[in-house]
Structure formats: C-alpha cells, structure tokens
Design a protein around this ligand. Structure first.
Ligand code: APR
Ligand code: ZN
Length: 234
C-alpha cells in the first residue's frame, strides 16, 4: 500500500459509471452528473469519463473526487468504507501501539455461563512515543491499567469471539491512542470500538457479567470493523 496514491487506492474499489444517475452524491450533495463539490489538493486532473464510480462490493455511487477527499481525511490504511452502508472495501486497520495479547482458560464459570469455563485475555501495552498514524506524532503516550484482563465464556460462541479478537489485534483495532472518556487524560492508550468485559465475578462497573447480549454485541462491533466469521476460516 505504500507508494499507492489515494486516487489509486480509491480506484481499486471502483467500477466506472458511464451514465451517472440523476441523483446527488451523498458526500458533497451535488449532482452525480455534475462536478464534485470537493476541490481538494491531489485530486485534480480527473477526467469527465471517470468522475463517478460505483463501489464494487455495495454498488453505491459517488464522485471519485469526493471519495478521494474522504479517504484523505481518514487514516489512509488502504481500505475504504462506504459512507452510506459502512461496507469496508479492503482491510481496515487501526493505530493500536505495539504490545502483547495472551489468553488462557481458567477453571471457573462466569455469572450467566454456569456450564463452561472462562477464557482470560491479557493485553499488555507499554507507554511509548506516538507515530505518524497518531494525532500527535513524536509526543509520548501513557498506558494506564495494563495488563488489562478481560473475560469470555469458554463456549463455542466465546471461542469464536476470541478468534475474531485475535484478528482485530493483528489489525491494530483493539486499542487506539487518544483521550480517555473515563479519566479525561489525553495522549493515552484507550479501548477502541470493541467492548470487553474486564470484571470477572461481579458487575460493579457495567463491564462485567452477567450480560446475555454481550457476545452478540461484540460480534456486531467486530463486523463494523470489517471482521467476520468468514475471516477466520482456514
Ligand atoms: N472495562 C471495559 N471497558 C471499559 C471500561 C472498563 N473498566 N471503562 C470504559 N470502558 C469502555 C467504555 O465503555 C468505552 O466504550 O471503553 C470505551 C472507551 O472508554 P475510555 O474510558 O475512553 O477507555 P479507557 O481509558 O481505555 O478505559 C478506562 O478501562 O480497562 C479499564 O484500566 C482501564 O480504568 C481503565 C478504563
Ligand atoms: Zn455502500
């Protein structure tokens, strides 16, 4: 993906549209048949013939120039998410700092899951210096409360969630660097958009068991990051 320009990345996920429909582009709100409302840098020289594209997976249509502007506003990881239906084209990755993810089974049951043992995940991320993918490159970031321990039932569905979390970890999507909504501290390691249960035998924080919907919620959150069951088949 290095060396590919934003325009090349975007075009990889587009089919040409010869006759744009009489609809507006929902990014710039201008007619698809007319020019893009965006005139940002690096998107000049787009000819009339390729000014509108259809995303290959979901079929939604936009001005090419609008998609390039949207891509430039994101973290430029080589993937493109449809702003209408959220379908991810390519592989979405995050900016989780380096660290370790481990897990093992402990011989105790979680509240609400009396018939199985428990998977304990241990995340460990040390403090460090922010890279170009973070909001303040060169500035240190802190890492509070590590190692962080999380729990899943050792059931079929729990093991499925674990497999998908391992993929999420590899794609740097479990944590990010930013401002903690709990402590208000900035430039620190924070949970990303995938909820974890950090309490084992009780539920004092709201991040414990029982919670009958938890595994399905997590599967939905993983899906929103482009991580589904199919990803984990050999
Ligand atoms: N356990 C699990 N998830 C949590 C917790 C917690 N104790 N606290 C917050 N979250 C969830 C929030 O619901 C939110 O969705 O993490 C998301 C981001 O919240 P932040 O407060 O910004 O995240 P962070 O600072 O990383 O977490 C705060 O979580 O695991 C603990 O030790 C950690 O005390 C810290 C707390
Ligand atoms: Zn779409």
């Amino acid at each position: 993906r290095k060396g590919k320009t934003p325009e090349e990345v975007v075009k990889r996920y587009l089919q040409k549209v010869r006759n744009p429909p009489e609809e507006d582009c929902t990014i710039c709100m201008e007619a698809l048949a007319g020019p893009s409302g965006y005139k940002g840098p690096g998107v000049g020289g787009i000819s009339r013939a390729e000014s509108v594209g259809r995303l290959v997976q979901c079929g939604h249509q936009y001005h090419l120039q609008c998609l390039v502007a949207m891509y430039n506003n994101g973290n430029k990881d080589g993937s493109l998410q449809c702003p209408t239906c959220k379908t991810i084209h390519g592989v979405k990755t995050g900016n989780q700092p380096p660290g370790k993810m481990e897990y093992h089974v402990i011989p105790h049951s979680l509240p609400g899951h009396p018939d199985c043992k428990t998977i304990r995940i241990i995340y460990n991320i040390p403090p460090g210096i922010q890279g170009p993918e973070h909001s303040n490159p060169g500035k240190p970031f802190t890492a509070r409360g590590f190692p962080r321990h999380c729990y899943l039932p050792d059931s079929e569905k729990g093991r499925k969630v674990l497999r998908l979390l391992l993929v999420a970890w590899d794609r740097r999507l479990i944590f990010s660097v930013g401002t903690s909504s709990t402590t208000g501290e900035s430039d620190t390691v924070i949970w990303n958009e995938v909820h974890h249960k950090t309490e084992f035998g009780s539920n004092l924080t709201g991040h414990g068991y029982p919670d009958p919907g938890h595994l399905d919620n997590v599967l939905e959150e993983l899906k929103a990051q482009g991580i589904t069951e199919e990803e984990c088949l050999p």
